[in-house]
Structure formats: structure tokens, C-alpha cells
Design a protein around this ligand. Structure first.
Ligand code: NAP
Length: 484
């Protein structure tokens, strides 16, 4: 397949928090890969900004080390690395102070796209937005990119939206949810809206239920204090899983256009029913295999924060009434696996006697590892023995199906940063979307806080607490296995 990398317009990108973990692990390596792919025009510049005193050469060296560590060896081309780091600069700025802003302004060029990536704590968003405006560093076409977490409840999300809105139009604000940058997540929209095959079946009449799983093997070690204030609900469900649910459940937008897509997602969030306490199971991992328990990692022996959550969510609209969406996510589980499984209903009447061999059709969309799709279909079991049925996957691995181009799928951050430069907000959350998601999440969290609920324990390396199995069993369904 021919590569279709289209260069973006030249830009000046300022990365606040340029020396931090996210910038060094994802943003800088991602920009290098796009540079190598020929998508970044050589006259673009990338400027790191943080409090640490450092000159351009220091930031260039730091970024070389990040590329050496986080870019695959076969992509580390010395000439390209030299050319890329030559585009990097650094300005020492304290977001809360007055130093450095004039120096930053001098670095900005006329006639190129200006983007400001706030890879810093959300408490600094207001200070940075305010000073960018005050020092006249932005222009009406400038873009501001903000990282998660976007608030910890409706009130704080509203406050963040308000602070950004003081100096930026909604069309300039890019709220990152990196899940939306994943190839397969976008493929959800292509699969649904570029094929006639699935859409007629995409409703409660034909879909029995949907499972969305984001399982991780990692613990919260090293970021226990942060995580303990969030928990799986705030860290994963309110944002990433909500976005996945929306893409599965939304109506076809009239066009693949930022507001048309986001309008449809918003309608889904607004149609979510409140979740009953019985429809939620929360868990905390126990110690095992020489590793800490959640309570040890969180350094809070009395913590009631969940490192696992499973829940049944109902959507009250014409399309989905009667089709539950089961969500689960957790740390220290058996395997790292993210997938969406759409389980279809039984055919209305079976002409075959092999009732035992029959299984539901399932469309499995794998987000990681091995991005791709499986469609589980029934066939005749090969060979003699009469008409016995067997279920087989119609397997499509994107890397295999798309050859070299498929093997070189850009990382979510790469794609999203390029979208910022292109001015395409389709894969970014709109302010009202984030607020609606919090408005649904808040009462659930308040409920368990008021009841003083403590999460159930689960074994490290398992698939979560026993009670989560019951959440499905009592509906006559079962979770798909999390495979090692
Ligand atoms: P981090 O490693 O602690 O880096 C924070 C950065 O901000 C550093 O470059 C720091 O440099 C700079 N900084 C801190 N205070 C500053 C100030 N007053 N003025 C200017 N710069 C300041 O954090 P991170 O992990 O990169 O995370 C950054 C943001 O992304 C956070 O909001 C986080 O929640 C979000 N995020 C991170 C990840 C991830 O994988 N790391 C994933 C999703 C979202 P100096 O100390 O030199 O100022």
C-alpha cells in the first residue's frame, strides 16, 4: 500500500512541561517519528518550556536521550535525529511567574501555526492561558492543548472550562483523550459508517450486550498518591471508556466533522441512565508475586479508592433500550488487554439440531495488543459427523492486512498532535462533552462516598473480584476471558 503521509503546515509548538515524563516519553519521541515520516516541515520549531534552567542545547540533549530510549531502534536514524533536534529550543518559564514570557514571544514567528501544549498539572492551565494572553503570545488562530485529568468532578471541570474560555474560543481548545487517537478507535467509526454490513444490526433488536474491557497488568506503584485521589472511575471510566462507549452507541453523524461527531457523542452521554449501586463492583488488588498490595502502593492503609471497577450501564434511547453495556477496567490484572466485544442475539429460529455447538456472533474490536478485529461466526465443523456447528473467527489484524503501512501505525499522541496542527478537533473532547460525562459520574462517586463503601479485594494476576463475575452471571451472561 502506498504511504499517504501528508505534511502539515509549518508550526511553532510550545510544550509547557517539556522536561516532564509525558513530554519526554510520548510527545518528543512522537514528534520525531512524524518528522522521520516526512509529516513535519523542516522549518517548524518545537520549544520546551518549564521552570528548570536550561539552554537550547540542554533541551536538545535531553530530547536525544528520550528518542534513544523511547523510539524503536530501527527508527533511530542519526541524520534525521540531528535534523530534528536542531528544530528544538527551550525557554525557562515558571507558569506562575513573570520571567521568560517575553523570551518566548520573541521565539514565535509570524505566518506559522502556533500551538501550546500544556503538559503540566491542570492547576497551571489558568496561569498559562492568562499569561499567553497577557504577553500577546497567542493569535486568534493559536491552539491550546490540555492534558487529562480534565477536572475531578463537574465543578472543577466547569472551572477549567471557564478559565480556558476567558482567553480561547472553544474552536482553539484541544482536550486530549489519547484513546481517541488510537487507530482502532477511529476504525470504530470507519467500520460502523463506511460499511453497510454492520449498521442495520447495530441496535438492541440484534445486539444482546456490549462489553468494554481495559485490563492492565501494571500497578499504581510510583503514582499511588495521585491515583488514590482518582481511582479507576475517574482515571479510566469517565474519560477513555466513556469515549469508547460513545463511539459504539452514537447515531451516524451527518458528516465526519468535529461538531457533528461530538454532537452525537454528547447525546449518548446525556442518555446514560444513573447507575444503581448493585450494578457496580469496585475492587483493590492484593499483594502477590512479590509485589505490593494496592493499599501499600497508595501508601494509605485506609484507602477506599478502587483500582478495579466493573459496571452495567444502560442507555435510554430508541436504539439501545434493552442492551446493557458492561464496562470493566483495572490494574494488576491477568493480562494487558483492551477490547470491545459486541455480542449479537440468537437467530430467531434454529434449523440445526446442534444446540450445544451454537455460540453467539461476536464482533471483537481489539485496541491492544495487536490492534484489529475478529468477527466470530458459526460454520459447519469440518469433516464427517453430521451437521455439527463450530465457531471460528474471521480475523483481521491491521498490521497484517495493511502490510508495511499497517505495521507502522502512528502512536495516538503523534496523530493527535498532527490533528492539532491541522486544526481538526474531531478526536478531541468538547467542553460540554466533558461536563456531561462528569454530570453522569459525580452522583455515582458521591453515592459510594456517602455509603462509605470499601472496594472488594482481588488477587493480583486475576481477572478481578469474584463479585464482578456475578454482575454478568445474574443476567445470564459472562465476561469474555482476559487472556494471558
Ligand atoms: P511531570 O513528569 O511531573 O512533569 C511536569 C512538567 O511540568 C515538568 O516539565 C515540570 O518541569 C513542569 N512544571 C511544573 N511546574 C511548573 C511551573 N510552575 N511552571 C512551568 N512548568 C512547570 O508530569 P507528567 O507526567 O509529564 O504529566 C504532565 C501532565 O500530563 C499532567 O497533567 C498529567 O496528569 C498529564 N498526563 C500524564 C501522563 C503520563 O503518562 N505521564 C498521561 C496522561 C496525562 P519543572 O519542574 O522544570 O518546572
Amino acid at each position: 500500500m502506498v504511504s499517504r503521509v501528508i505534511p502539515v503546515d509549518p508550526f511553532d509548538l510550545v510544550v509547557f512541561g517539556g522536561t516532564g515524563d509525558l513530554a519526554q516519553r510520548k510527545i518528543i519521541p512522537g514528534l520525531y517519528r512524524r518528522f522521520l515520516a516526512g509529516q513535519i516541515p523542516p522549518e517548524s520549531t518545537i520549544i520546551g518550556a518549564a521552570r528548570s534552567e536550561m539552554d537550547d542545547a540542554g533541551f536538545q540533549q535531553l530530547s536525544r536521550e528520550a528518542i534513544a530510549e523511547f523510539v524503536a531502534k530501527d527508527k533511530q536514524e542519526p541524520e534525521a535525529i540531528d535534523a530534528f533536534v536542531a528544530r528544538l529550543g527551550y525557554v525557562a518559564i515558571d507558569a506562575k511567574g513573570e520571567g521568560g514570557w517575553d523570551a518566548l514571544k520573541k521565539r514565535m514567528r509570524e505566518g506559522v501555526v502556533r500551538a501550546f501544549y500544556l503538559s503540566v498539572a491542570p492547576s497551571l492551565f489558568g496561569d498559562i492561558a492568562e499569561r499567553l494572553h497577557q504577553y500577546k503570545i497567542t493569535d486568534p488562530d493559536s491552539r491550546i492543548v490540555v492534558e487529562k485529568p480534565f477536572g475531578r468532578d463537574l465543578e472543577s471541570a466547569r472551572a477549567l472550562n471557564k478559565v480556558l474560555a476567558q482567553h480561547f474560543d472553544e474552536a482553539q481548545i484541544y482536550r486530549i483523550d489519547h484513546y481517541l487517537g488510537k487507530e482502532t478507535v477511529q476504525n470504530l467509526m470507519a467500520v460502523r459508517f463506511a460499511n453497510i454490513l454492520f449498521e442495520p444490526l447495530w441496535k438492541s433488536e440484534y445486539v444482546d450486550h456490549v462489553q468494554i474491557t481495559v485490563a492492565e497488568t501494571v500497578s499504581v506503584e510510583g503514582r499511588g498518591a495521585y491515583y488514590d485521589r482518582a481511582g479507576a472511575m475517574r482515571d479510566m471510566v469517565q474519560n477513555h471508556m466513556m469515549q469508547l462507549l460513545c463511539l459504539i452507541a452514537m447515531e451516524p453523524p451527518y458528516h465526519f466533522d468535529p461538531d457533528a461527531v461530538r454532537d452525537e457523542k454528547l447525546k449518548v452521554i446525556r442518555a446514560l441512565d444513573p447507575v444503581e449501586p448493585d450494578d457496580i463492583v469496585r475492587g483493590q488488588y492484593l499483594a502477590g508475586n512479590g509485589q505490593n498490595s494496592y493499599l501499600q502502593d497508595a501508601e494509605n492503609p485506609a484507602s477506599k479508592t478502587e483500582s478495579y471497577i466493573a459496571m452495567k450501564v444502560n442507555i435510554s434511547n430508541w436504539r439501545w433500550k434493552g442492551t446493557p453495556f458492561y464496562l470493566r477496567t483495572g490494574k494488576r490484572l491477568r493480562a494487558r488487554e483492551s477490547e470491545i466485544a459486541i455480542t449479537f442475539r440468537e437467530p430467531p429460529h434454529s434449523i440445526f439440531d446442534d444446540a450445544e455447538g451454537w455460540r453467539e456472533n461476536v464482533l471483537v474490536i481489539r485496541l491492544q495488543p495487536n490492534e484489529g478485529m475478529d468477527l466470530m461466526v458459526m460454520i459447519k465443523e469440518p469433516g464427517p459427523g453430521g451437521m455439527r456447528l463450530a465457531q471460528v473467527p474471521l480475523d483481521m489484524s491491521f498490521a497484517e492486512a495493511l502490510g508495511e503501512e499497517g505495521a507502522d501505525i502512528p502512536d495516538a499522541y503523534e496523530r493527535l498532535i498532527m490533528d492539532v496542527i491541522r486544526g481538526n478537533q474531531t478526536l478531541f473532547m468538547r467542553g460540554d462533552e466533558v461536563e456531561a460525562a462528569w454530570a453522569w459520574t459525580d452522583p455515582i462517586i458521591h453515592g459510594w462516598e456517602q455509603r462509605g463503601e470499601k472496594p472488594k479485594s482481588y488477587d493480583a494476576g486475576s481477572s478481578g473480584p469474584e463479585d464482578a463475575l456475578m454482575l454478568m452471571h445474574r443476567d445470564g451472561r459472562r465476561w469474555r476471558e482476559i487472556r494471558e
